[in-house]
Structure formats: C-alpha cells, structure tokens
Design a protein around this ligand. Sequence first.
Ligand SMILES: NC(=O)c1ccc[n+]([C@@H]2O[C@H](COP(=O)([O-])OP(=O)(O)OC[C@H]3O[C@@H](n4cnc5c(N)ncnc54)[C@H](OP(=O)(O)O)[C@@H]3O)[C@@H](O)[C@H]2O)c1
Length: 308
Amino acid sequence: MTTKNWTTDNIPSQQGKTILITGANSGLGLEATKVLSSKGAHVIMTVRNLESGKEAISKIKKDNPNAKLELMQLDLSDFSSIHKFSDEFHRKHKRLDVFINNAGVMTPPKRELTKQNFEIQFGTNHLGHFLLTGLLLDVLKKTPNSRIAIQSSVLHKMEMGKPDIYFDDLNFDKQYNKDVAYAQSKLANLFFAYELDRKLKANNTAITVTAAHPGWTKTNLQRHAGFFMQSIMDNIIGQRVEIGALPILRAATDTGAKGGEYFGPTRWKELRGYPQLVKSSDKSYDKQIARKLWEVSEKLTSIKYNFN
Ligand SMILES: NC(=O)c1ccc[n+]([C@@H]2O[C@H](COP(=O)([O-])OP(=O)(O)OC[C@H]3O[C@@H](n4cnc5c(N)ncnc54)[C@H](OP(=O)(O)O)[C@@H]3O)[C@@H](O)[C@H]2O)c1
C-alpha cells in the first residue's frame, strides 16, 4: 500500500536506537542525520574527512544542541579503512538498529581507482558498502528488529547509462564511460539489497533490508555532471534536500516497510516528489545476476558473509 505525502511527521520516535549512516557530512546523508537525531536516535556519522564532519555537527547542533551525534572516520574506497572502522565500531558498540548505506561518488570525468585498484564508483558505491555490511552483520543480527537501508538511483534504469553489470569488465579497464560506470554501481546497490534480503530470509534472520532513491536532488553529487546538468537540471528539476532525503528516511524508519521494498518519488519520471513504494528495473530483480554479483563481490572483497 502506498501512502501519499509521507513526510518526517511519519517518523516515529527513534529514542534508544543507534543508527549508522555513511556519507553523513553532506547532502542527503547530512539531512538524514539531522532528521534522525531530531527524532532522538544516536547517529554515528561516518565521514572521510573529520574536519568536514565537525562542520556538519556544528550545523546540526545550532538547531538541536542535544543531538546525539558521533563522528567516525571511514573511507569506503579503501578496504583497510573499512576494516579499521569495523574494528573500532565493534569495540565501541554492541547494537546497531539501522545501517544506512548512503555515501556515493558520481561520474568523475576521468577513470579513478580505489586503493585496491577498483573503478572508483563500483569500488566505493558497491564493494565498499558490501564489505562493510558483511563486517557489521554480527551486530545487526544481535539487535532486535534491525534494518539495512540502501541508497540507489533512478539512473540504475535510465537508457543513457546502459545499466548492466559488466562482468567481463567490472572496472572499465577496456573503456571508461562515467555514466555507464555510475549506472552499474547503482544497479549493483539494488542487486545487493534484494539478494541480501533473500539470503537473510532464507536463513531466518530478522534483519529487514530496504532500498531507496532520492529522484534528482540538489547536492554536491553533481559536481562532475557538467554545466547543463548542474545549472539547468539542478535549478529546474532538482528538488530540495529536505524532500530528496525522505525516501531513504522512509526506507530506514517506516515500521510498515517489508524486506525487499524500494521507495522513491514518482513525479517527473521519478525525479521529484514524496516517497512512495516504487518498482526498480526488471533487470534488478534478476536472481541469477544477483547471485553472480554476490559471489564476485565476496571474492573481490575477501569476505564470506556469515548468516548463522
Ligand atoms: N543527489 C541526487 O540527486 C542523487 C540521485 C540518485 C542517487 N543519489 C545517491 O545518494 C547518495 C548521497 O549522495 P548526495 O546526493 O548526498 O551527494 P553528496 O552531497 O556528494 O554526498 C555524498 C557523500 O558520500 C561521501 N563519500 C564519497 N566518497 C566516499 C568514500 N570514498 N568514502 C566515504 N564516503 C564517501 C561524501 O564524502 P565527501 O564529502 O568527503 O566527498 C559525501 O558525504 C549517493 O549514494 C548517491 O549516489 C543521489
């Protein structure tokens, strides 16, 4: 069932919850942090740059001095940083109610690589979150009614990105196209969300996995998108971050949401509006591709998910 105009008023109290969000210093992650802390959650903000994280905290505390915020350093483009983060997280925390996979990088004009030599969008947006989620699964399993919410994009299904998982050239060694590489990473986010949900259900594990996309929202993400996209699309179509953050907030907090559900706006070809239950591309529900991507991702990140 869809609910019209789902807003932050629909979010119940988050008192007592520990929520972890990646990319919390900017754009959608910052806005989600602001809202979730205003609802009483203890929010762990992961950031690449601690200075930028401190600035983000000051912004939130200006309006909400009692916000419970914790800053932790994490670079998703470096597996050693992810392991270090996970070790520190396990030392400090015994519960994790909600984990929001939000951080992302979009369309750098020149091909860039992660520390372990993966194409930066596949490596950060997909592999980094895949590894981190696997490392935190034990804490999520121990926390009653825990949830993982994963941020994708409408570009996972737009023709311009020729969305697919390019198993024969996952890192675009042969030919780099920034839009195709971004679309691959955002389609991978959905394959990951749906396959994780299926695997958790098959193992009778009570963690809910949901997904979301923010339509087109004005943030720092489009800094590589070129003049047309930035100045025209952002100003005409781009929605305010307060609206763009609602789908991931719904995916993270709606108590009626079920595993495998995907939330996003429905107006203007899904680029604008309030979050509703939406369908992702037919391809994203392909279980065979999802299983293959899962196996490849376990191999590339050297992690074996433990569902027991
Ligand atoms: N805005 C949109 O219209 C739109 C549309 C579809 C999907 N999305 C998705 O929404 C998510 C958030 O994007 P946004 O629009 O809020 O953009 P943003 O303002 O650029 O925020 C992106 C966040 O990701 C972080 N990040 C980037 N690379 C990272 C890395 N290697 N390790 C850790 N963190 C890293 C950034 O940190 P720094 O500040 O240090 O760079 C920043 O905090 C992304 O997954 C994006 O794909 C956005």
